[in-house]
Structures are given as C-alpha cells and as structure tokens.
Design a protein around this ligand. Sequence first.
Ligand code: DHB
Ligand code: FE
Length: 282
Amino acid sequence: MARIVGGLCTSHVPLLGRVIDSGRTGEPYWQPIFEGYEPTREWLKSVNPDVLIVIYNDHANGFNFKYTPTFAIGCANEFNPADEGNGPRPVPIVQGHSRLAWHMTESLVHDQFDMTIMNEMDVDHGLTVPLSLVCGQPAAWPFRVIPICVNVIQYPQPSAQRCYALGKAIRRAVESFDEDLNVVIAGTGGMSHQIHGARSGLINQTFDNYFLDKLVTSPEELAGIPLVEYVREVGAEGMEIIMWLTMRGALDDRVDVMHRFYHVPAMNTAVGNLVLENAKAQ
Ligand code: DHB
Ligand code: FE
C-alpha cells in the first residue's frame, strides 16, 4: 500500500527561483531565507519519498485563460518547466508517476472530485520554485512528482473547505494504491502578498502567524474562513495559501511540527514554510 509519510507547505515566490538560478543565495539579503529552508531539505532527504504530490497553482503560464480547470491532475510521465516570459527555468524536467496519478484520478472522481486530466502540462514557478527550495540544484529531482493544479487566480475559486476536503480525498486515493510507496504531500503559495492595485505590497504578519498556528492545531477553523476574508487578510494573490489546507487534509488530525519558518520580507512577499508528520503519540 502507498502511504503519506509527511507534508510540507511553502511559499513559491518566483524571485527566489531567479536567485537560486543565478547563484545569489549567499547574498546577505537572501541568505537568511535559504538558511531557513535547510532543516526542510535535511528532513526531505531523510524521508526520501518515492513520490511528491504537489498542490500548486499556475499563474497563466502553463495554462492560459482559454481553459481554467478548478482542479487538474498531471497524469503524464513528465512535465516541462513553463516559459514565464524569460524562457523556462534551468531546472530538471519533472518526472511524473503516471500509474499512481491515474489511480488517484479514478479514486478522486469516484469520490466526487471531478478532476481535469492533464496528459500534457507545463509547470510554472508555483511548482518549480518549491522543488528548488526543498531540493537545491540537483541534476535530476530525487523523486517522482504528481502535480495537482488548483485555480486560485480566476474567480470563482474553490473554497478553503473544498481544498481541505480534497486533501482528505487524496489520502484515500493514495492509501488505496497497491504499490508500496512513500509519498510526501506539499502545498505551495503565499504567504501574504498582493502584487497589483492599491494594496500592492501588503504583508500581514499577524494573520500569517495565526494561519501557521491553526494549520497545526485546528485546520477546520481555517477551512471555515470565507475566501473574501482570505483576500482581505492576505491579499488577492496571497489567498493561494488555501492550498496548504489540501496538504493538511491529507494528514491526521494530530500532527508533529518538524520545522516552521517565517520570514519577511522577500521583496514584496512574506515567506513561510512548515513541515508536518502525523503525531507519533496519538
Ligand atoms: C510573486 C508571485 C507569486 O506567484 C507569488 O506567490 C508571490 C510573489 C511575485 O511576482 O512577486
Ligand atoms: Fe503565487
């Protein structure tokens, strides 16, 4: 049986990808951010998963506005980094796990989540920057990846509650797969930021830290928050943190915190990272 052995969530700030790609992680402005991810990199190495399921959003790079699936799952064998305007990032091609992805698709659809099946999909910074943050710059990513793309940019988006329920359905899907696989689930996006309009530059440390606290202890409380309140608190773009609830939904009610990191600012954005495992003592 496949099993989910841990979860992580992280911001996916595109600029952090550029800093990594241009070899500038040691610069004084950036160094504390990359240092903050070091325990996560160590944890992931020690867990050594076969598959990483990544809940992320596209930013009109891999998709355009011709089609906007609410929930899409990558069933292909590989996914190329998207061209976001300056050419694709110089990172390895993402290797998928087609057999598990197809099994998950069947399980999720039968579990009332009408996933869009993606046989071809380019993945943007929402997925590739988290991989760089938690793996560094390997010649090949050290695990298979199943991308699950959530529409959080085109209104109407799915609710936080729905994202949380998706996590629970993902767990049922993984645990009904017949192969012996260790799976880690990741949620990306956030934390607070708004990159357009009058509130551009918004950062809300109080809400971000409340969100990090409650994601551990009472995710149902966060799942009950209406989207408009997320937009008010963390910005129109920052509301993408609802995808962290999908990761959380796939874990037990009680979890242990393996690592927690929060940093402001990364230019115009708050950066957060949390690593969770199911609680050892129930
Ligand atoms: C930016 C873009 C993002 O998608 C994000 O999550 C954070 C910041 C940006 O363009 O600065
Ligand atoms: Fe984003």
